[in-house]
Write a new protein. Structure first.
Length: 134
């Protein structure tokens, strides 16, 4: 139920501060004013590549928005073996990316916009300017 999704969300989000510090120390994550969608997506793509998320494709890349796609093709179900149609799990798992991108620049947002669990042909993370950021 919702409590389980909240727990997964919180667990994945706890990895973001540590990854942020590693990225800052290595010089791959710059000051927030220097981190737009392209720069944040570059770091996320680097992490996905290191983690072995398969072939990455960039469906869109601009100063306003970047869409990173991964896990194309087989298996037809979620890489994490999540129940088909369980979009809440997909969103909870993306808490890491969401919080890491917010640490990079509070004016950005990262969100899952496609998911194999939802019947899409791939998983997709979109990084763009947060319309609710002040």
């Amino acid at each position: 139920g919702d409590e389980g999704y909240d727990l997964v969300d919180k667990a994945y989000a706890t990895f973001a501060p540590m990854e942020y510090e590693i990225g800052r120390a290595s010089g791959l994550i710059k000051d927030p004013a220097q981190m737009g969608p392209l720069e944040a997506a570059s770091y996320i793509s680097f992490m996905y590549d290191v983690a072995g998320r398969g072939i990455l494709s960039i469906a869109e890349a601009s100063d306003e928005r970047v869409r990173i796609q991964h896990f194309h093709g087989l298996p037809q179900t979620c890489y994490y073996l999540t129940r088909k149609g369980d979009w809440n799990m997909c969103v909870a798992e993306a808490a890491f990316e969401r919080d890491l991108v917010k640490l990079m620049n509070p004016k950005l947002r990262a969100r899952r916009t496609k998911g194999k669990v939802y019947g899409d042909y791939c998983c997709e993370l979109t990084i763009d300017w947060d319309p609710e950021a002040k």
